[in-house]
Design a protein around this ligand. Sequence first.
Ligand code: C5P
Length: 215
Amino acid sequence: MIVTIDGPAGAGKSSISRQVAERLGFEFLDTGAMYRAVAWAVLRQNRELTDESVVADVASKIDIDLSGGRVLVDGVDATDEIRSPDVTQATRYAASNVAVRMHLVELQQQFGREKDLVTEGRDQGTVVFPHAECKIFLTASPEERARRRVADLATRGVSAEYDDILAQQNRRDEEDSSRTVGPLRKADDAVELCTDGMTPEEVIQRLIDIVEERR
Ligand code: C5P
């Protein structure tokens, strides 16, 4: 069974999807980490981020290993660095690159073969797994998402201004929604869940209920 969880930045998708997968005994795939890993590798190799063919070349050559709850890129642990503001900014060059998307979509589809999977991203229910048995579109208001992001960064020792985070998030939402390849979009057959005012535990339970109804 494939469960897709798509939605905008900061809707809590990553941690919630991971826990839903764990409780269901499903594999978990964080596809945002793959786009981030490509951007991280381009920066690390000191290559030109704005050159589409360079970014595509890097993506086609690196090995991204998401098993074990860490993000290993060619064997180097990049788990924390891929979440840094620099890499977050740079990820747009990977996400808007047609060749990179084709390559990563194929890797994601391979991952879903013969396994029960919870997969999280922007285009999982629309492009990568259009025939998924269960599709969820997870949202929250921009203000709630920005508040959560600031709190999340604080737990990792990073202080951030709410207004800056909100502005960055709005820009990322706009870029994610307006891109011509793999844009952020709710699949027609996805269940939309707005998580404003819900605790993470309530969201997890609700999602598990939605999956169980379709099992
Ligand atoms: O989910 P996360 O914030 O880690 O994603 C980082 C970036 O990767 C997003 O802003 C989006 O541009 C891109 N992304 C994507 N397609 C996916 C997952 C993420 O384009 N399936």
